[in-house]
Each structure stands twice: as C-alpha cells, then as structure tokens.
Ligand binder design. Structure first.
Ligand code: SF4
Length: 387
C-alpha cells in the first residue's frame, strides 16, 4: 500500500481566518502569540503541596497533549512545592495566585514559566506592581492577568452594576496599564465569564484595544456535556475572528477531559493537525448492522492512535460506499457482510462478525506505514457523525 497517499496533506489545510496579530511571549518552552500555534492549557486538581500527586497529574495531562499547565497556590506549603514541580514537569507550569503578593514573588523565584494574577483579588498587589514587574522582568516570567466574572474588581462592579463585557475588558486593561507603566509588557490576558455571549463580547472588546496575547476560557462552564458545548461555541466564535492564543476548557470533570476537548476544538478548525477521525453514520431505518456498537468498538480499538487517519463506519449501502471511499479506511455494511475500503478501493469483504477486527488490523497497518507510533500520545480518536 506504500504507493497510495494515506491522508498526508500536501498543502496546509484551510483555516477560517488569520490570527490576530499579537505580541509574542515565551511561557517556558511554549511560544504564545500569533507567531505560535494556539496552545492548550489545563489546571491540576491536586493539592499543589502534594508534589508527587501533582506531578503525576501533570504527566497524565502531558500524555493527553496538554501544552501548559496551571497549578493553584493558596498556601505557603503550595508555594514551597512550586520549585520542584516547575523543575520536574515536562510542560511549562503557571502558578495561579490570588490574594497574596508574596506568592507571586515565590512563584517567580521558583522558576514557574508564568504567573497568573487576578485583578479582582489583588487589591494589595497594586502598590507592588513595580516590584512584581521588576522580578518578572529579571526572571523572564510572563504574567497572565486573569479577570473572572465571579471575582470582578469591586470598583468596576460598582461602575457597571455587574460583570458586563465592558467591565471585564476594562478591569484587565487597567491592570495591564499598571504593568505597562513600569515598562512590563510580557502580559497575557483572559476575561472569563460563564455566559459565552458575554465572554465572546468581552474578548472582542479586548482584542480591539490591545495587542496582548489572549487566553480564552468560559469559566465555570459546567459538567462535561454542557461545558464542552459552551466552550466549543465561544472559542469557535472567537477563533473564527483570529482571536485566541491559548485556550482552556473548564469542565467539572477530570482535567484530561479538558485537554481532549480543547485539542478537538483546535483540530476541528484546522488549528492543529487532525488526528484519527472516526466518520460514523447516525444509523436509521435502513441500517443493516448495529452502527452504534460498531462505531464504539472501532473507536475503542483505535483509542490513542495519533495518525491522521479517517476511518468510516457506515450502516448501509446508501451512503456507505461513498463515505468509505472518501476515507482512508472504511466499511460499508449490508447483508451480514462488510466491504472494507482502503483509499477508495475495496480490499476485501468480510463477514459482519469480523468487521471490527479487520478494520483495526488495517488501521494499524496503515498507521505503521504512515510512520507514526500506533500507540501515540494524543488521546482518543474523534467521532464525526454524518448522514
Ligand atoms: S449510512 Fe445513512 S442511510 Fe445508511 S444506515 Fe447510516 S444513516 Fe442510514
């Protein structure tokens, strides 16, 4: 099969828009800004002071494809753990600081790749901006100004009455101006709200008024199903305009799930190379096999595969052969049999009971020919519904 092009693109896939031009930052080894790919972040849920548990979770996030990780730092014990965590983590670590300026200095000293501060919770910071800017400059540590609707600066709450898009953007820009007064510009901004409409508008306002890189997030987006949808629509609306340099999907679910969703959003918009895609039909009254079961079994069998392979799982002969032909690999089922397609050619016909194992075998073979490890590190394959 080496003479066929197995889904390897010859030109970069199209994107919906050019990135908004921003300043460029370096968060540890990861470039952030319009000259770098949009990166995926998540946040650990462990007690940061539990160094082993935190590093274990960071390792899981790294394996899932996370680019940058944030850790909470609410106590001195957590601050004391930052140095070991930053040193041993394979991906850049951002310390998340509220209320206590001394932890900002501790995080910078500890070698964290960046520090996140929340203008609503840093009243005490404002008279220390000069020192923070100096320490961050000395260590080359970027600062993320992370405004959150739930902790909006009291002054702006009084001015606007609630966390409006204007209030969120003004809070962030005001804080950024305090750093800019001290000639510090290594800044990334987020203005999170749980309502995608408010959040999108806030980022649009921000994007029009500054050239800092922006970190996108719908905060407190909810459990996995709701949070995935809210994040996907909000990020999609912004990325469509080229707005967004890092993203975090906030879910009431294990952080690895956040990374999978974030990567999937970026892959869907061609902002990341697409990996394995399962193209499966929704089934209907014409189905001649149990499509759900077949799609689930193929998905489970190929979990973790990282090659850009499209595998079509179709329930009948109406759209089956067409979709199966368009994919790198596919099956069109009917009459108790499955026709197996590789790049548009029927390579074999197998009994229904052998469809799953045959597809998995063929997928593994193609993956190896594509030169990528079969047990790649990018998480589960995607499922695309057609029909
Ligand atoms: S391929 Fe289309 S027509 Fe055939 S079973 Fe699936 S949904 Fe129905």
């Amino acid at each position: 099969m080496s003479d066929v092009m197995l889904g390897m693109p010859t030109t970069p896939p199209p994107v919906l828009s050019e990135r908004r031009k921003t300043r460029q930052l370096q968060v540890g080894s990861v470039g952030v800004g319009s000259d770098s790919p949009v990166s995926v972040q998540s946040m650990t849920t462990t007690v940061t002071a539990d160094i082993n548990a935190t590093l274990q979770q960071i390792a899981e996030l790294t394996a899932a494809g996370c680019d940058i990780v944030r850790v909470a730092c609410p106590s001195q014990d957590d601050a004391d753990a930052l140095s070991a965590i930053a040193r041993k983590s394979q991906i850049p670590v951002i310390a998340d600081i509220h209320f206590q300026p001394k932890y900002v200095f501790a995080a910078i000293e500890a070698g964290c790749a960046a520090v996140r501060v929340n203008p609503g919770n840093i009243r005490k910071f404002d008279d220390q901006v000069k020192e923070i800017a100096q320490a961050a400059k000395d260590h080359g540590t970027p600062i993320r100004i992370g405004v959150n609707a739930g902790s909006l600066d009291k002054r702006l709450m009084e001015k606007y009455g609630k966390a409006t898009p204007e209030a969120l953007a003004e809070s962030a820009l005001w804080e950024a101006s305090l750093f800019a007064e001290h000639d510090f510009h290594d800044i990334k901004i987020s203005v999170k709200h749980n309502d995608p409409v408010v959040m999108v508008r806030a980022y649009e306002l921000l994007a029009a008024q500054c050239d800092y890189p922006l970190h996108l997030g719908v905060t407190e987006a909810g459990p996995a199903f709701q949070g995935t949808i809210k994040s996907a629509v909000a990020f999609g609306a912004l990325l469509r305009q080229g707005i967004g340099d890092t993203i975090r999907v906030s879910l009431s679910a294990p952080p690895v799930e956040e990374v999978k969703v974030g990567l999937q959003i970026l892959q869907s918009l061609n902002l990341r190379p697409r990996k394995l895609e399962i193209v499966s039909c929704p089934s209907c009254g014409r189905a001649q096999v149990d499509v759900y079961k077949l799609a689930d079994q193929v998905t489970a069998g190929l979990e973790g595969m990282s090659v850009p392979l499209r595998v079509a799982v179709m329930g009948c002969v109406v759209n089956g052969p067409g979709e199966a032909r368009e994919a790198d690999l596919g099956v069109a089922s009917g009459n108790g049999k499955g026709q197996i397609f590789v790049k548009g050619q029927v390579v074999k016909t197998v009994p229904e009971a052998q469809i799953v194992e045959t597809l998995i075998e063929e997928a593994m073979r193609l993956a190896e020919e594509m030169g990528e490890p079969v047990d790649g590190e990018s998480g589960a394959p995607t499922v695309v519904a057609v029909g």
